[in-house]
Design a protein around this ligand. Structure first.
Ligand code: SF4
Length: 272
């Protein structure tokens, strides 16, 4: 099983991501989000564990990779699992990426990313930080194993102070849970972020959150199109008002995107 693979979310027609690789130092994710899509295909998805021989394989595979494309750390597991503190797989892989003149975007919910600000800054990488709520009681319900919102906000401020370009994912937006908080989150992150990414909640086989939401809003895995459009248009308008670029993830409304990429990879310093 390779540890660097072309990013291809089930060949989804709605994905507008630029070509990139996905790097997975870990399988499963201890953040244990109740909306996580990996519930549908990762056994024991709430248990983050290292990939066997990850670094050895990473060093082998990066030599064959097309490094004009960015590497995304990670897409099916946060690269800053609690275990990363001691194992340092993500840190070492980022360093190897930089030494090979590769480009990276780090997608995380964890302030542990601050430990690696030296490498991220040295090689011009970017961070995409997910902040879904400012309320601890909501966070501990929907993301029970993830660091609390205030710690993520502090991390965002420090990343900005360190000159790291950061996109913020306010994702997923869930009516009845965090949607009405959207503007407050935006106000909290706007001074430190360069780009905002949103997405509505998608449902997957086994999604625990199904019990807690209004299923009449849904048609299959997605909210009905008119509801999604209303949410994404509202989010775009509020983001534009604050002078930030905007994109939505896998919604099918690319005309509403105002940033050069939908995933924030354009913030990598040597992106072109
Ligand atoms: S942080 Fe991401 S990968 Fe980890 S459980 Fe939450 S949604 Fe899944």
């Amino acid at each position: 099983m390779s540890v660097i693979s072309r990013f291809d979310p089930w060949k989804g027609k709605l994905c507008t991501c630029p070509p990139k690789y996905s790097v997975q130092p870990y399988t499963g994710c201890s953040h244990a989000c109740v909306y996580c899509y990996t519930v549908a295909y990762v056994p024991d998805y709430k248990r983050g564990r290292p990939k066997k021989n990850f670094l050895r394989q990473f060093e082998r595979e990066i030599k064959k990779a097309d490094l004009s494309l960015p590497l995304s750390f990670s897409n099916s597991s946060d690269p800053y699992q609690p275990l990363e503190k001691e194992l340092m797989l993500t840190r070492r892989a980022l360093e190897i990426t930089g030494k090979n003149k590769g480009k990276a975007i780090v997608v995380t919910k964890s302030p542990l990313v601050l430990r690696d600000v030296d490498i991220i800054g040295r090689y011009g990488f970017t961070v995409s930080l997910t902040i879904t709520t400012l309320r601890e009681e909501i966070s501990s319900f929907i993301e029970p194993g993830a660091p609390p919102p205030q710690e993520r906000l502090n991390a965002l401020k420090i990343l900005a102070q360190e000159g790291i370009p950061v996109s913020v994912r306010i994702d997923p937006l869930i009516p009845g849970i965090n949607l009405r908080e959207f503007e407050k989150i935006l106000d909290a992150v706007a001074p430190y972020a360069s780009h905002i990414i949103v997405s509505t909640l998608k449902l997957y086989r086994g999604s625990e959150i199904k019990k807690h939401i209004d299923l009449s809003l849904y048609s299959g895995n997605y909210m009905k199109e008119e509801i999604r459009r209303e949410i994404i248009e509202m989010a775009q308008e509020k983001t534009e008002e604050r002078g930030l670029t905007f994109s939505s993830c896998r919604e099918g409304f690319p005309e509403l995107n105002t940033g050069p990429t939908c995933d924030g990879t354009h913030l990598i310093v040597n992106y072109i």
